[in-house]
Write a protein that binds this ligand. Sequence first.
Ligand code: ADP
Ligand code: 3PG
Ligand code: MG
Length: 397
Amino acid sequence: MINDISKMPDEFYKGKKVLVRVDFNVNIQNGNIGEDYRIRMTIPTIEYLTRRMAKVILVSHLGRPKNRDISFSLAPVSKRLSEILQNTNVRFVDDCVGPQVKQKVSEMKNTDVLLLENLRFYKEEESNSPEFSSELASLADVYVNDGFSTSHRKHSSTYGSAILFKTRLAGFNLKKEIEYLTMIKEKPKKPFVLIIGGVKIRDKIGALENLLPKADKILMGGAAAYTFLKAKGFKVGKSPVDEEHLPWVTKSISKYGDKIILPVDHVVSNSLQNHSIQIVSNNIPDDMTGYDIGTETINIYSKEISENISGTLFWNGPMGFFEVSKFANGTINIAKSMALAYWRGSNTLIGGGDTLEAMKKAGVSEKEVTHVSTGGGATLRFLAGDEMPGLGVLDRE
Ligand code: ADP
Ligand code: 3PG
Ligand code: MG
């Protein structure tokens, strides 16, 4: 059992600098934050620590920038955080290591919150560099992980820096995710149906290796579906394919073919600029890219979802390029079917940064889902029983 922050006596935190790894990887467009669930879910941990007179240093990544790219800045998150934490002194510093950061940390008073700039402005974060890890660790006295959704990564902030601390605890959001998802992992109400879409094909297909034997059915959509369609011999045009996993996918289809449900039609386009679209069945023409599931697929998937009354449904990954309204139909219909399944009594889980954004766009509220998970890839990995470096590093009883 992982120790959470309530394990330590209240006095332990007084005046201590606590480095909290959160996952503020939220959808930001033109400086505006969309769905802020991942931010809101860290409030209990932040406030627990500030009420015990700690100095809270928050670290996170945002997106996948190649280097320092200001469009991936966490500054808008800091603004949202200070709106939510009205009586707390929330500050932002536009770097995450170095003398300027050290200076800001040394100026912190008890109960202050300081958000550091995007960790991925340094490639050393993802390479788990020992130097970068010790720079991060030198900022604080205690390590806390409240970013369940990034705990499948072996990066400096989730792993390399964590092991340098004597005390490494779980935040409340992370603990809650583990408790809920362990229940699902160990005893899912059957049939257990996964709905997988999105664009992080590598991560998701990787997790399916251990999930396929556990699940009763997998409905594939989004960019993740094309690798499966190609493996089955369909033409996928210019749609993205994970060539590396193609042999594994081919093998899985022969072993678990009856569990894997694939789209039978697609919304395709040859240009994102003019948004001219067509619906094609089965094969996608050579000069076209698939951007959403088609009408027939929506009908099949919606029925599978909303009629799974006694079981468990987990949805991660939009069914298409939902940010463009012409390609949002599949995703919106899946979100609505998930809500209907919930009202009919099914156990529903929805997770992933973009999937939560899509759920909001579809007008489905958090109250219409049994458990809204902050994690996408991480939740899939956890349910699959895969190794989670960011969890393995935390203190246990
Ligand atoms: P999550 O954050 O929920 O785990 P991902 O990050 O894997 O999901 O994927 C979300 C992204 O996938 C969205 O930005 C969406 O536009 C994109 N996407 C889904 N299907 C397609 C597609 N067919 N073509 C291009 N992008 C797609
Ligand atoms: C997510 O959105 O799934 C997490 O924030 C992890 O992001 P990553 O896949 O870029 O590591
Ligand atoms: Mg995403």
